[in-house]
Design a protein around this ligand. Structure first.
Ligand SMILES: [Fe+2]
Ligand SMILES: [Fe+2]
Length: 272
């Protein structure tokens, strides 16, 4: 099974560029075309927050229009740039969005993989946080299926990357979150967004990653005094190959067409 993760699409109203520079809608259209060309076909696409840049209705309307071209089912999560009501209004057919009070958290059962999508957003704040209600929901939800291979998707990462201005706005109080996760060893991977870069680590034995944005990257500046900035690096998206034995294997897929594929072997079987 192949699962895709898009994140931090930061869609603006039609005709506007993010930060006056980034045509995020065009980048997302390229990502959608790239995903539709993948073989095997992806079973689902998770979009882990900062869907819209300002949480505006026209932004969500454009996002919905672009994502409607995806062949695979789409599952949305909320980030710090998002507005829950705006997401719900623009995606009326996405029944999972209406699940549990105000929070957009839910389970997507993909058959062979159970995806738990968390809502780490805190209204009006750049950082993320799981209140007691959300942690309790996670604990109960994971307890319902202890034998099913599980991935968790969310916007804010519970670990630091070394990029100081982003580390100041990641998931607050990660200890309480990790204390819940370690009670449920079926959780194979926690997939996050927010940092606009590919990053991976292991916490308490649980694999975790951050997916890059299909548009702008946060500059890889590990200088503690480095100013917040972005760089137009080659766009990427993250894929998860769920192996038959249950291993969740992560890949990065550069978005676009590149020279190749070229064969290693000639028709007579000899290496070229
Ligand atoms: Fe973002
Ligand atoms: Fe974010």
């Amino acid at each position: 099974m192949l699962i895709a993760q898009l994140t931090d699409t930061h869609i603006k109203p039609a005709g506007e560029a993010a930060y006056g520079k980034v045509d995020t809608a065009a980048f997302l259209r390229r990502a959608v075309a790239h995903l539709n060309d993948l073989r095997p076909a992806v079973a689902a696409v998770f979009v882990t927050g900062d869907l819209a840049d300002r949480g505006l209705d026209p932004e969500y309307a454009l996002l919905a229009e672009i994502l409607s071209d995806l062949a695979a089912p789409v599952y949305l999560a909320a980030g710090n740039h998002d507005r829950r009501a705006g997401i719900r209004a623009a995606f009326p057919g996405h029944d999972y969005l209406t699940g549990d009070g105000d929070f957009i958290h839910y389970v997507a059962d993909l058959g062979g993989l159970r995806a738990v999508v968390m809502d780490s957003s805190v209204s009006g704040k750049p950082y993320g946080q799981f209140c007691a209600a959300r942690l309790d929901w996670l604990d109960r939800t994971l307890a319902q299926a202890p034998d099913q291979l599980t991935m968790v998707f969310q916007h804010h990462p519970p670990f630091e990357t070394g990029i100081r201005h982003m580390d100041g706005q990641n998931l607050q109080e990660p200890e309480a979150y990790l204390a819940v996760l370690v009670r449920h060893p079926q959780v194979a991977h926690v997939a996050c967004g927010h940092v606009h870069r590919a990053s991976e680590t292991t916490l308490q034995g649980i694999a975790m990653s951050i997916a890059p944005s299909p548009a702008h990257a946060v500059t890889l500046d590990l200088d503690p005094n480095g100013p917040p900035s972005f760089t137009m690096e080659p766009p990427l998206l993250r894929l998860f190959h769920v192996a038959p034995g249950g291993a969740v294997v992560s890949h990065l897929s550069p978005i676009g067409r590149f020279d190749g594929p070229h064969p290693f072997f000639a028709e007579d079987g000899k290496m070229l």
